[in-house]
Design a protein around this ligand. Sequence first.
Ligand code: M6R
Length: 603
Amino acid sequence: MCGIVGYIGKDAIKDILVDGLRELEYRGYDSAGIAILEEDEIQSFKAIGKLKNLEEKTKDFSTHHFGLGIGHTRWATHGKPTELNAHPHLGEFSYVVHNGIIENYQELKKELQASGVHFLSQTDTEVIVHLFEKNYKEINDPMAAFEKTVETLEGAYAILLITKADPQKIYFAKNGSPMIVGNDAKGDIYFGSSDAALIGKATEVIYLADGDYGYTSADGIFLYHDKEKKGLNKKPLIGDKVSAQKNGHRFFMEKEIYEQSEVLGDTIMGRVLDDQIKFDELDANFFDGISEIKICACGTSYNSGLACSYLFERQAKIKSSVEIASEFRYKEPLMSKDTLFVVISQSGETADTLEALKMAKKAGLKTLAICNVDNSSIVRLSDYTLLTRAGIEKGVASTKAFATQVMVMWMLSLYIAQHKKTISEKALQDEIDAIRHIPTTVMVEDALHEKIKRLSKRYLHGHGFFFIGRDLFFPLALEGALKLKEISYLHAEGYPAGEMKHGPIALADSELFTIALMPKNVHYDKIKSNVEELSARDSTILAISPLAFDLADDFIKTQHDNHPMSEFFEMMVITQILALEISVRLGNDVDMPRNLAKSVTVE
Ligand code: M6R
């Protein structure tokens, strides 16, 4: 995820910007840049890779007077991680940094190009600076030009803009992406896309609201909303850097669970249009000659692949199979060239998945990576990549990576369905509406978290957990069980509910915990009778469902039952929080569970 910093004052501007960016490194990035305006001159530096590359490039540069600067760490979404695509983006006399995605950038870009503007990058961000300069040339008032620019933008953004047309100010705007502005006792002003960049510098801050915009200068912060001047609701900035990185949460895993609404918004942005699914990353030939999909991955990524194989067959009517990469490698698999080989990986470095990908490439298959880390080994090797845009995931137990993988593949199944015309316009519209609803579905309400926290004390012992579900909810059961065992060290299995009577039901007694995923929209009556069978054998049942279930010992009522995938994502969050709270009660290290590594780069 990208990071933004800004500063106005007399201190060493470059050092302040780079320090701020360093505090945002934990969010992940693949390039960085700064632009500094001092005595009417703008200097800009960009570097791909780590911040040390930017520091090396700027080592002979320093400022000595009052000035201002903006900085950015970029996590590639539109266009590769190159210097040209790195922020700040330059117009003729202005620079901009931006987090988020400008949804209408293509139409804006076409209009600007038609009026003679030349674009240097492949990013959506660059339209902002050109649009501002075009407006400024017409209006000759920087604030009015900025206001008009912001009004034209659709999508999510946190923007800082500096311009030689008004060299004493930083213009800012926020909509959907976080932005904080603060000041210290001297009156120096700081910007950051997260608290972490401001701690130790600003003493009081304003958390900007969506629709806020304005400018800052040596005279202070000038905030506007809907063209009206707005009061400054300043709050003292307290806290340490690590807790700021956790956004006030106890663990990174908890932060990442709560972040799912935001990152899923990022995942769908620019890809879900009003009447179609669009992937800029895939060209027109992408699906030519393909009649089968094989998905290959490990761990959580395997579980997301399994879930999505149901969607590929159901929506896109294409034969799909899923393989565990470590098994696939040695089974002497038969591969045919009409197969699209899809690898899924959060890190992009998992050894078994990477080797499976190499085998598929060697056999001449078309390959697609669903990955969270651009420029990773898997991304570099694949013919095509769809980035999941989850931002850096620190908790070893994967949460938001799983959510975004499922989302990307749900969209992909619809994209293929469009291409193959296996979906009606009406059905596609319903799916699009459902996708847009998902960021709301995964928001965590305090009451829900509190309820799960209280329930968790009853699930700390016993001789095992069975997470059960049917259809798409079977892979979700696998994932729920994997989460629990990773961080609680309790034995948990995910099982297809209909299979219980073929063996595992022999384990049922009051010390066997059944976590039953009972969606209203997917075979409710079938799963209900499977759970009744377990209840009859005295298994302790925690039912998760929108429909009341009398035989449950514990019951979590879900709220979003308008679509099977809404139910899927809401139940996903519940199982994640359940695992987290059980682990906390057992006193385990939630973020770094024993024996596990975040990225498994060995066989
Ligand atoms: O980076 P990858 O998605 O390729 O990693 C695959 C697995 O190692 C990973 O999903 C692992 O199972 C997680 N710890 C699950 O929470």
